[in-house]
Design a protein around this ligand. Structure first.
Ligand SMILES: [Zn+2]
Length: 278
């Protein structure tokens, strides 16, 4: 992003429910169970404490995310991850979690127009002031993550680019502080994690020690994914690794309302709390 872009988007630092309340109604759209918790659980928990509506959507059930498919055949893993993500949402106070139910690992092969329409209907239903999702690079580079980013961005534009679209990112500080860990664990693809300079960060959520514990509880609720990493990294370093959540703002769409406008409506759809299948 350019200097002009960064100066036009003053950073919102969030550490309290009052500050999170400025985000208004929040919609998160992610690919697999646990993406939402790693990248936005502090944001969601604080928004809920502010009394804001938070809807969180997962595109797949994460049923192929295992090195041991004999022990975890897809249907068993899907059932378990449904329970794990529900437990994580309970920890965070998020009552509206939905799943699109696409097959894990196949998002790039799905009918793009149909998927974008589905996300657009979701946006029309929830009417978020803030949408959070992956950036175009997909955080770790996973193709499902990149596809979700593209779907959400197109749906946001198609529905009038209302509110603010935020892309989860990581900072240069994060990349440097945990470089040894990233080399050892290999969760990020080539050229990643992103080294976004702080001046380009639009929203930063700082989790205090109590909120870090909430996030850790939500992550541990997703044991089939998180437990091996915690064992490898150690609890304290694992907690410290994810203690900040940072987001860049999607570029404004020419001719539409400024994407950074958080003072917009706080319209609430009466149907938004309904646990629609999406
Ligand atoms: Zn994922």
């Amino acid at each position: 992003m350019t200097e002009a872009m960064s100066t036009s988007t003053p950073r919102l630092d969030i550490g309290t429910p009052e500050e999170a309340g400025q985000l208004g109604t929040v919609l998160g759209v992610w690919a697999h169970p646990d993406d939402e918790t790693y990248l936005s659980s502090g944001l969601m928990a604080l928004a809920r404490r502010a009394g804001s509506q938070v809807a969180c959507v997962t595109a797949t059930r994460g049923e192929h995310g295992t090195d041991d498919p004999r022990r975890w055949p897809p249907e068993r893993l899907a059932r378990t991850r449904d329970l794990e993500v529900a437990a994580a949402m309970a920890v965070l106070g998020v009552e509206d979690h939905r799943c699109f139910g696409f097959e894990d690992g196949t998002l790039a092969d799905q009918d793009r127009a149909a998927a974008v329409s589905r996300v657009a209907r979701l946006v029309e239903d929830v009417r978020p002031d803030t949408i959070v999702t992956f950036g175009p690079e997909g955080m770790s580079g996973h193709h499902d993550h990149r596809t979700v980013s593209a779907w959400v961005t197109e749906a946001w534009r198609r529905t009038g680019a209302r509110g603010r679209l935020l892309y989860a990112t990581t900072t240069d500080t994060f990349a440097e502080e945990f470089a040894d860990l990233h080399d050892a664990v290999g969760v990020f693809g080539p050229g990643l994690p992103l080294r976004t300079p702080l001046r380009e960060v639009a929203v930063r959520v700082h989790l205090d020690p109590a909120l870090q514990d909430v996030k850790f509880a939500a992550l541990r609720a997703q044991a089939t994914q998180v437990q091996p990493l915690v064992a490898l990294v150690g609890e304290d370093r694992f907690i410290s690794w994810w203690r900040n959540e940072t987001f860049t703002a999607a570029p404004p769409v020419p001719g539409l309302r400024a994407a950074g406008d958080l003072q917009g409506s706080s319209r609430r759809s009466p149907s938004a709390a309904v646990q629609a299948s999406g």
